[in-house]
Design a protein around this ligand. Sequence first.
Ligand SMILES: Nc1nc2c(ncn2[C@@H]2O[C@H](COP(=O)(O)OP(=O)(O)O)[C@@H](O)[C@H]2O)c(=O)[nH]1
Ligand SMILES: [Mg+2]
Length: 246
Amino acid sequence: MTDKKLVDILLPVYNEEHVLEKSVTALREFLQDNVADFDWIITIGDNASTDKTLEVGKELEKRFEDVRVFHLDRKGRGRMVKYAWQKSEAEILSYMDIDLSTGLEAFPPMVRAILDGYDVVIGSRQYKGAEVERSFKREAISRGYIWILKLLLRFPFTDAQCGFKAVSKQLVNDLFDRIEDDEWFFDTELLYLAHRNGYKVKELPVRWVEDRDSRVKITRTAWLDIKGVFRMRKYERQGKILIEKE
Ligand SMILES: Nc1nc2c(ncn2[C@@H]2O[C@H](COP(=O)(O)OP(=O)(O)O)[C@@H](O)[C@H]2O)c(=O)[nH]1
Ligand SMILES: [Mg+2]
């Protein structure tokens, strides 16, 4: 045993058999070469994949002692993040999209910010210093969404949906039972609750190269996001946003 902190790196996956092995290999190599000040474990989080994602994951689990697989039957990235982070023994919890759209060089600084006392650190594609290559359509949707969040929730952050985040175990213990969304609004709900309850949130500019292979159904997701925003407003009126801290 070392006295280094353990970081769990969740890779949420849904029908990703084609990239899973390649991305896990690339991530392991990056961590072996660039990380010495904390320990890490990679958790592949599959729910409901209908291709061979789970089988590939189990192969990787057998091959590498620092890789494990979690599985759930029902879909939803938020559902997996909630499950995996609550179950994890690690002191720092992170997740990243399997397409590695976010440049990995942001990973060590993200973890170090949590070690320095932040409760949440989020990759941002809009924060000063970020470098982003993505389609006009996704850029416009992302900016429009942030604008709605600012207007309707006074949301103070520049990006809610970047698939690259880390939190402390304390935050998971304090807040996660309160987060209701199990899909894509999960991230916004987490950030909103963290912000309103006074947790320290840091935005980290990232390098983002869009992968056109997407699991997101844009119209459905946008509608559910809007519903989520109005649920937050309702919960504010009902006094359900602020938690009692022990
Ligand atoms: N565990 C899990 N992961 C999912 C689910 N849906 C999408 N993902 C993963 O979430 C990440 C982001 O998805 P992606 O399609 O790249 O989103 P985009 O970059 O916004 O187009 C990828 O790693 C997906 O495999 C799901 O239902 N469950
Ligand atoms: Mg993607």
